[in-house]
Design a protein around this ligand. Structure first.
Ligand code: ADP
Length: 267
């Protein structure tokens, strides 16, 4: 199936994923991905379960490399340079391209230390109190925790923990924040807070989000990439089917398969 990409010429491309194939052992999970990510935009990955959305997200900061049984054939350009080049430092790269996971994963430390610890090991030399306050304010959490900064982060609610993880990620000023189903463990009120936060964050950061929630993708994203499963080499492989501005994907996609998927999800 041909991928339809409507190029957005007047926007900066910050990441360009050009993945010919991605394997777990000998299982071909993804093929033929050509996906530019635009600066200061929110890009959503949608598609059925198992089509490789999280896998591709993890390719964007080399997180899949933590699993030695993976293999990527292709390149991912970050500001035009291949982030998989042997001279590139994956640890430093992940400071610039942070990640927020499905399940909030604060350290078993105080709220304050959750922000300060990460910044310290990245060599932050400035005023730590200011950094902690600024990060928590940016994550819309400061007012709720300013009087309990010494409490263990695990005592926060799930929604607060997720905003703390976002605060921890933005404390080191990443250019890009990758979010893998960040609201799937949260109640509707916390989900709304995170979505509002994303709109604020995109002024300073670029966001890529995997979501199974079609309404959420339509609400928050500027660009949407629709992935699907195709039969390949006897197994089901994820492919990028259509990529465009979100209003087009959700209202008038170019391909029938996208239309049917979106229509099915909205009911
Ligand atoms: P999605 O995010 O679209 O649900 P995933 O990226 O999680 O899809 O998974 C894509 C495919 O890769 C699935 O078939 C899944 O079972 C497989 N997969 C994901 N992670 C691993 C892993 N660590 N080891 C082996 N196979 C994996």
């Amino acid at each position: 199936m041909p991928t339809t990409i409507n190029s957005i010429h007047n926007q900066d491309v910050i990441i360009h994923a050009q993945v010919k194939a991605f394997y777990y052992d000998d299982f071909l999970a993804l093929r033929n991905i050509n996906l530019p990510v635009y600066k200061n935009q929110i890009t959503a990955f949608i598609g059925p379960s198992g089509c490789g959305k999280s896998t591709l997200l993890r390719c964007l900061n080399r997180l899949n490399e933590m699993n030695s049984k993976t293999h990527l054939d292709g390149q991912v350009l970050f500001h035009g340079r291949d982030m998989y080049h042997p001279d590139e430092d994956a640890v430093r790269l992940r400071w610039q391209i942070g990640m927020v996971f499905q399940k909030p994963n604060p350290f078993v430390k105080s709220i304050y230390e959750n922000i300060a610890f990460g910044a310290r090991i990245r060599g932050y030399q400035g005023n730590m109190d200011e950094l902690v306050e600024r990060s928590l304010r940016q994550a819309a959490l400061w007012d709720e925790v300013k009087d309990r900064l010494k409490e263990n982060a695990w005592e926060l609610s799930g929604g607060q923990q997720q905003r703390l993880c976002i605060a921890r990620a933005i404390a080191v000023q990443p250019e890009i924040i990758l979010m893998d189903e960040p609201c799937s463990a949260l109640d509707p009120a916390s989900t709304k807070q995170i979505e509002e936060l994303m709109h604020e964050l995109k002024h300073q950061h670029t966001i890529v989000i995997v979501t199974h929630n079609m309404q959420q993708a339509a609400r928050v994203s500027d660009m949407t990439a629709f992935f699907n499963l195709e039969m390949k080499e006897g197994s089901r492989t994820g492919e990028l089917v259509e990529y465009d501005r979100s209003p087009i994907i959700f209202n008038q996609p170019k391909l029938e398969v996208t239309y049917q998927y979106v229509k099915g999800c909205f009911g």
